[in-house]
Design a binder for this molecule. Structure first.
Ligand code: NAD
Length: 467
């Protein structure tokens, strides 16, 4: 018997429209990739309705499938390599670690802990329920990491998700969305729980943010888009820019501090929003700190003219970083100012005043200005000033508990790492789960499934309490 596929598709389309008020434009499987934002949102909307009928163990099965497909060696390698190739930013080995981290250490449904209140009047539960369809806007700096982490977290909380990636990371994002959809299909999950458009653009992001079927916006990016998302009138989670300072005082283990700072600053060529962006050190130990940094892969610029040349190359007069150099290696950047550096060089360092543009602006390049302070109290004050109230991330190397506490209280960052590299703050060599959406502005902190859930009260009157 000959089946007319287009006729069947047309009938399905009509039936879907009648029952759901929605036209599902493409019925053949496109593995989560849609021609228009409206199609993508409609598909995710339908998927979430279907997802409501799935059990918690179904959700766990789907999440496990996502973790497993990403953790396949060939997929991890492919995604990490393509992300560097396509965006021209970062380092393959570090992307690999970040993708693996997101797949392994993003929490699942166990994060959704029910609260209960029981008494003479009965039992009341506070349950963590899905928002519905989430619009997730993702950055070039962590393109696949953010999709892995947010897919797991948002699906764990019972949502579907429409991603709007940065156009510069289109190919790798399309590939990872397809990969996730294929894995979900094998498990029998509702189709289109995780979707995006073929051609990501600012226009498409705008459609996403204002679409009535989008119940929550999660933005991971710079200040402009975070502000825009927060003005949509929808529930928004904003994970914005940082400018993480690191303070080193005279009580620190200086040799270890130098190694940690260089490793944190050079991780993925300084792309992570949490990475060390400037050092403020107490005068008495600064020379020894610099000596140890140089032993660990730092190239020091002392000549003022060379520093001026570097500064005018990497940052413009408005403080915007040179996009061609974001996420490039220290060797590459040094080359651009005519310096041939040794292959072990990972970070460029230079002493500057705190007002210097290299200190003031978030560059996302392995360039680390060092500011001297007379004592630890002055160092803390400078760190608070140059963090600019982003409330993002800060580090301190010290064994003085009183001063560690003082800095933590004054700087008010979402992540505060003591005596370790910045990445310890997202679970690499530090305790705790991982995420690539760190929401300082809206206060969720390191997001996890419960950040993507609504608190709902469910009241049973007069029964079930056994106190
Ligand atoms: P970006 O702000 O240029 O882009 C982020 C996303 O927003 C992209 O999808 C982009 O297409 C979209 N976008 C940007 N401007 C827009 C506009 N006017 N209208 C509509 N959409 C717009 O950021 P990026 O360069 O991709 O990423 C780096 C920035 O993100 C840094 O500031 C970094 O600190 C921050 N970041 C923060 C976190 C966090 O968890 N807090 C994580 C990663 C990156």
């Amino acid at each position: 018997m000959n089946i007319d596929v287009s006729l069947v598709e047309e009938v399905v389309r009509k039936v879907m429209k009648e029952f759901n008020g929605i036209e599902q434009v493409r019925t053949s499987d496109n593995y989560g990739i849609f021609g228009t934002m409206d199609e993508a949102i409609d598909a995710a909307y339908l998927a979430q309705k279907e997802y409501l009928r799935c059990s918690i163990s179904d959700r766990e099965r789907y999440i496990k499938a996502i973790r497993e497909v990403i953790l396949k060696e060939e997929n991890l390698e492919y995604l990490s390599r393509l992300a560097v190739e396509e965006t021209g930013m970062g380092k393959y080995e570090h992307k690999y670690i970040k993708n693996k981290l997101a797949a392994e250490k993003t929490p699942g449904t166990e994060d959704l802990v029910t609260e209960a209140m029981a008494g003479d009047d009965g039992l009341t539960l506070i349950e963590l329920s899905p928002f519905g369809v989430i619009g997730s806007i993702t950055p070039t700096t962590n393109p696949t990491e953010t999709i892995i982490s947010n897919s797991i977290g948002m699906l764990a909380a019972g949502n579907s998700v429409v991603f709007s990636p940065h156009p510069k990371s289109k190919r790798v994002c399309i590939d990872i969305i397809k990969m996730i959809n294929k894995a979900l299909k094998v498990e029998g999950a509702p189709r289109n729980l995780v979707v995006m458009v073929e051609e990501p653009s600012i226009e498409n992001t705008n459609i996403l943010m204002s679409h009535p079927k989008i119940n929550m916006i999660v933005t991971t990016g710079g200040p402009a888009i975070v502000k825009k998302a927060m003005s949509t009138g929808k529930k928004a989670i904003g994970a914005g820019a940082g400018n993480p300072p690191v303070v080193v005082d005279e009580t620190a283990n200086i040799e270890k501090a130098a190694v940690d700072i260089i490793n944190g600053c050079s991780f993925d060529n300084n792309l992570p929003c949490i990475a060390e962006k400037e050092v403020i050190s107490v005068d008495s130990i600064t020379d020894y700190l610099i000596f140890n940094m140089k032993k660990s892969g730092a190239y020091e610029i002392q000549d003022k003219d060379v520093l001026d040349k570097l500064t005018s190359l990497v940052v413009d007069e408005n403080g915007a970083p040179n996009k061609d150099l974001v996420g490039k290696s220290a060797i590459y950047i040094l080359n651009k100012i005519g310096i041939e550096a040794d292959k072990d060089i990972k970070v460029i360092i230079a002493e500057t005043a705190k007002e210097h543009p290299l200190v003031q602006h978030e560059l996302m390049m392995p360039i680390l200005p060092i500011v001297r302070a007379n004592d630890v109290d002055e160092a803390i004050n400078i760190a608070v000033e140059v963090e600019h109230g982003n409330r993002h991330t800060a580090m301190m190397h010290s064994t003085n508990v009183e001063k560690l506490t003082k800095m933590a209280k004054l700087i008010q960052t979402t992540i505060f790492v003591k005596n370790g590299p910045s990445y310890a703050g997202i679970g690499v060599g530090g305790e705790g789960y991982s995420t690539f959406t760190i929401a300082g502005p809206t206060g969720e902190g390191l997001t996890s499934p419960k950040s993507f859930a609504r608190r709902r009260r469910c009241v049973l009157v007069g029964g079930f309490h056994i106190k």
